[in-house]
Design a protein around this ligand. Structure first.
Ligand SMILES: [Zn+2]
Length: 357
């Protein structure tokens, strides 16, 4: 059923449209394998989106159902093999004797000759496309990944319709997924997909405030000067994804200088985090982006069970205020945030900061 047309943009700051799609519930693996431990319940659960949605609705923000989109915007970022793996890999894995939750046991590795050969076995496929054990896949994962992209692309349409800010309640997160790999709870990289679509209209900035470095987003735009990636995150010497996120990663070729990493020491609080956010925002402003995509994670919060920074609710509200002061059309897309009792309030704090300016 088609959703209602995108409402007319208000002329004054007010409620922020929240784009949703309940199909994310289909991605519900029984457990996660993280840090050598089986986590049951998992960290990346459907209740994350439910809590945020309930809080935003209670705060008066209107809900907008996502419109369906075809594969074209996904194909503009992701390798056809990765798309096919997400769509068909689980059924093939089960038919070949794989367990109820698809988690790789054997990874391709650069230490093998030529980086390892592709195998015809469906049991090898997750080790080819997935880079960690903490991203379990099930029959409904593809549906959820498509839904998250539909949310992001509906947000793009809302910006084009004149909204100055839209909140896309995407789940699972996306910024750890690259063109031809996925991991870190992420399936399709919805922020990268939205940014590539918006880049047709002019230069775009992605401001990544999730506590983890967005290695996937960085890789997608590594050689692309049209999309400027700036990330504020915990030092990868302390936190996932460990193998990227340092200041010397600046992009290559035509993309050199369009990638900026601002890693922060373990335990950084509001003062240090907001100073880095200010630096990131100043750089986005200076480069003249015509639209901004924010990879909005709440796992930099002090209360987060897997983050390592100490940002408060007031810190997130201040970040919302600063983002509004950029005065660019802005698409906020949900990334991480795992403190179920806090993430709804933090989403409201960001939007209160934005609308209060
Ligand atoms: Zn994160």
């Amino acid at each position: 059923m088609p959703s209602a047309p995108i409402p007319t943009a208000p002329s004054e700051p007010g409620p922020v449209p929240v784009v949703v799609d309940d199909r994310h519930h289909a991605h519900d693996p029984a457990y996660e394998l993280n840090g050598g431990r089986v986590l049951e319940p998992r960290r990346e659960v459907a209740a994350r989106a439910t809590r945020i949605r309930e809080a935003l609705v209670a705060a008066g923000h209107p809900v907008l159902e996502a419109d369906a989109h075809d594969l074209a915007p996904i194909e503009a970022v992701h390798d056809p093999g990765l798309i096919a793996f997400l769509r068909e890999g689980y059924d093939a894995w089960r038919a070949a004797g794989g367990g109820e939750v698809m988690i790789p046991d054997t990874f391709r590795s650069p230490v093998w000759a030529r980086g390892g050969r592709a195998s015809a076995s469906p049991l090898a496929a997750p080790g080819w496309w997935v880079f960690d054990t903490c991203t379990p896949l099930v029959a409904g994962s593809y549906l959820a990944a498509r839904a998250a992209v539909d949310i992001a692309m509906t947000g793009v349409a809302a910006l084009r319709a004149g909204h100055d800010v839209v909140y896309g309640l995407t789940r699972p997160p996306g910024h750890h997924a690259g063109s031809d790999y996925l991991g870190g709870f992420c399936l399709f990289n919805h922020a990268a997909i939205a940014a590539r679509a918006l880049a047709a209209d002019g230069p775009v900035a992605i401001l990544d405030l999730d506590v983890h470095h967005g290695n996937g987003t960085q890789d997608v735009f590594w050689r692309d000067p049209q999309v400027h990636y700036v990330s504020v995150h915990a030092d990868p010497d302390h936190l996932f994804p460990f193998f990227s996120g340092t200041t010397d990663e600046v992009g290559e070729g035509p993309g050199r200088g369009a990638n900026r990493n601002l890693p922060l020491p373990h335990g950084t609080d509001d003062e240090g985090w907001l100073a880095a956010v200010d630096e990131a925002i100043a750089e986005v402003d200076a480069r003249g982006a015509s639209a901004v995509v924010v990879s909005l994670g709440f796992d930099a919060a002090a209360a987060d069970p897997i983050g390592s920074l100490g940002v408060s609710a007031a810190g997130f509200a201040a970040a919302g205020r600063r983002l509004a002061q950029l005065e660019r059309p802005t698409l906020l897309l949900q990334e991480g945030g795992y403190a179920l009792e806090h993430i709804g309030g933090l989403a409201c704090d960001v939007l209160a900061g934005w609308t209060g300016r």
